[in-house]
Design a protein around this ligand. Sequence first.
Ligand SMILES: Nc1ncnc2c1ncn2[C@@H]1O[C@H](COP(=O)(O)OP(=O)(O)OP(=O)(O)O)[C@@H](O)[C@H]1O
Length: 726
Amino acid sequence: MTDDAHKTSPKTEQISVPANGKAGVSANGLDPTEEALADRGNGKLDEAGPGAAAIAPGADAAVSGNGTGSVRKVDTETRTLAKTAAKKADDDPVGKVYDSVLIKRLGHYVKPYWVQAVISSISVMLKSLSDVTGPYLLKVAIDRYLVKEPGSELTWLGRRLPSDPWHGITQLAELYTLTLLLAYGFEFIQTYLMQWLGQKMMFDLRRDIFRHMQRLHVGFFDTHAVGRLVTRLTSDVDAINEMFTAGILAIVDDFVTLTIMAVIMLRTKWWLALLAFSVLPLILIVTRMFRDSVRESYRRVRAAIARINSFTQEHISGMSVVQLFNREERAYQDFEVVNKQHMVAFKDTIFAYALYYPAVDLLSTVAVALVLWWGGWSVLAHTSVTVGMLAMFNMYSLRFWRPIQDLSDKYNILQAAMAACERIFKLMDTKPEIVSPAKPKKGNGSNRIEFRHVWFTYQKLTDEQKAAVQRVVVAARDGATANEELAALKDIDWILKDVSFSVEPGQTVAIVGHTGAGKTTLTSLMMRFYEVTAGQILLDGVDVREHDVQELRQHFAVVLQDPFLFTGTIADNIRLGNAAITDAQMEQAARDVNVLDFVESLPNKFDQPVEERGNSLSTGQKQLINFARALAFNPRILILDEATSSVDTDTELRIRGALERMVEGRTSVLIAHRLSTVQRADSILVMHKGQLREMGSHQQLLAQRGLYWKLYQLQYKDQELGVGSR
Ligand SMILES: Nc1ncnc2c1ncn2[C@@H]1O[C@H](COP(=O)(O)OP(=O)(O)OP(=O)(O)O)[C@@H](O)[C@H]1O
């Protein structure tokens, strides 16, 4: 880096100086490090890079378009909001710059690449050494050959220097060039190896996080926002990478440079060195003030970016609703508030940087002036200070404070990385709540499902509450009622209450009931996506908790009301990576659900690309592909959860035949609101507020004149009205 490389034009200085003291502004006007910093700790979908790119210019535009009065109001509002947001940013445990436990765990990821890490560290030290030799060589050149100080030794590092000035200067110039080349070489080695190590480490870390997330129970994803989890894999991992590539080694570089310069200065002329260092206390005070202020505003920047991201994400996803209800202006105003929070926070950061860097520059100039003044006097007075020494001290005094400036900046990188580390390891420490038992049991292969006094709530219960509900189940098994316990458990939000039934092998059981009655929950429990709170669910005569989880789920295929497709092709979505499904089986499955015509009409047929979440297809088409997937997997148990609700009556009729073939001889569970689709089921379960209220065939239930009958009446009337109104 050249001496004035960190000085930039006022406009860019605000932006570029903060992060690393080096010139350079990213395309979006944010320093790359700053973008990365802002990215960390974000709440929702935090693609801070592009996010920030869109934000910075937008913020300015929003402000200029506003009246000044309201700007000030928004300013105060947003400042307060931003501060509160920053305090609430649970995802941003800012504090430590070094945590031995976290570093130790990170060490696990560096260990496989320790050779590269060691070579990098040695290179950085050698580079620092080469870097600081320049001013010393200048001193030698001046004192030995230009000014010819009396008594100047013509030796250097034990080697005799040539006495001829022309020859000597040339040799020193060669030496200087050599040190520059060495510095370049060492920097190359260090940069390349460290970046390589960083990428390897990020790869390993991301792989482990993803693998861990896949093992986590479904309930975990109910309570953790997708965006936050994505952040763990992206910007948090990046933050750690930055710590390795730009943080730690740069700190080593700074320390080594500082130490070597201090040693050379002290050894050359200790009192002149102390004179140069006399501004140190002031620089430390300024640095501390800067660090505290920037830490706080960075936190606010991160919180603000989180808000902008979640706001933008939500409004882009719901753009059609925004436009339909003409909410553009309102949404724009709301966006302006969050956008402003970001700008205000960032402005504070820039203010701190704008004050700090010139302040340190000013103090270092004071140091240089002191050295020049006192040292100059000494030269004139022909004391032991030489002109060469003065030149060297001058150069070192200017450079001496830059590592300190850099260190204060690296502090932010370390702090952000430690916060990211904490979040990542917190996620990695989350134990999957649903795991296979040590010795899984095999069932009898009958495909019989049985619910025995199942109680379930999504709430977390205390041990006491769990014991109480357990006693209720035991009493129920003995045909008794545990009234006391039941009274104690009445405030719990039960989703299923004492549900018992069985689905015999090959039978089709339909579950009906109002919205929120607990129908889907019943099927989720069968596949052990959640653990029953009390009671038992048996598959093939074995408690689902005693099955191997993967084997248990292999029994099932599910078609949901909300079909899900992955990015890939239609074939990928039917096979889901199962190579055992042949092309012929895939085609047959598509034919059976009457989606083959549609697939064949596509330009690439089964290889037709499917966009994210199947956005290029209609809901009905997606659902038919989901049907084909279920059929191609040839499951032993089939669950259809409102599976035909998104296809039109015509399509439903077309796949009804396929449905009948699908459920024939296969244990099937059918959830449906339209009672017309469940009439042929062997048994119909009527759920109401978490309880199984009625059970029987269509005719039996109608004869009972209970809940099912009422539902049937309602739908029957609806149909009549529908027909009448046409
Ligand atoms: N992951 C969850 N976390 C907390 N509560 C949930 C969760 N999933 C469902 N619930 C609640 O459990 C209750 C039953 O939901 P469930 O989806 O089983 O009902 P359903 O009968 O299938 O309804 P629908 O016919 O609308 O699909 C609802 O009150 C719902 O709010």
